[in-house]
Design a protein around this ligand. Sequence first.
Ligand code: ADE
Length: 251
Amino acid sequence: MSATRLELDVLTLFPAMFSAISDYGVSGRALDRGLASLQVWNLRDFTTDNYRTVDDRPYGGGPGMVMLAEPVALAVQAARERQKLAGVSAPHVVYLAPHGRRLDHAMVMALLSRQGLVLLAGRYEGVDQRVLDSEVDETVSIGDYVLSGGELPVMVLVDALLRQLPGALGDSQSAAEDSFVDGLLDYPHYTRPEVWRGQPVPAVLTGGDHARIRQWRHRQSLLRTAALRPDLLAARGTSDEELKLLVKEDS
Ligand code: ADE
């Protein structure tokens, strides 16, 4: 699967926002290298009236506006057709919304196993439920708080996906060492100078003993996870070797 590029289509009312991922950093480089292709569609281009209307008042009353079903359906159809031409047999359609399943590393990896994703960013109070029922395969939230639209959540998801693609990170970096990959938080990092404002780098890191450094980092990951995210540690468990590592003197 890693040899084929990931096909991504984004449906949004604010396409210009997506330069934040296409023009910068690891995500920009992954796209430049052709590891994935990102097509951003403007939902307003799929409106059917002269005013290019994308929203209307909610049936039943209440505050805010609701995105119209038809432009969303037409945009999903356009994205599905583009993906089909790119060789994707069954694009997976994801709606980003606060009521979705909360995104984590395992979900990122599961989404990565798809050949193609169509990512719908909502605005206003939401999207007409009928088009969601007929077109969306999965609803994803990036956390228990509400943003003003799905664009930032889509970008969060795309960035998390792209950095996992083989070749996205430089030789010296590795997504395999990120936080969450083995159920633990990342260990602390240090660079020059060796003493900064009176604080030295932990001696083990300058000693050149790579086995000891690996062990120290593993222990730091365990300690940090126990302190900051005991829920992660409880879900993952700890091996006998790790328990031994934890009670060892910090040297
Ligand atoms: N849209 C608004 N808030 C969101 C969230 N927390 N996750 C995903 N999409 C959203």
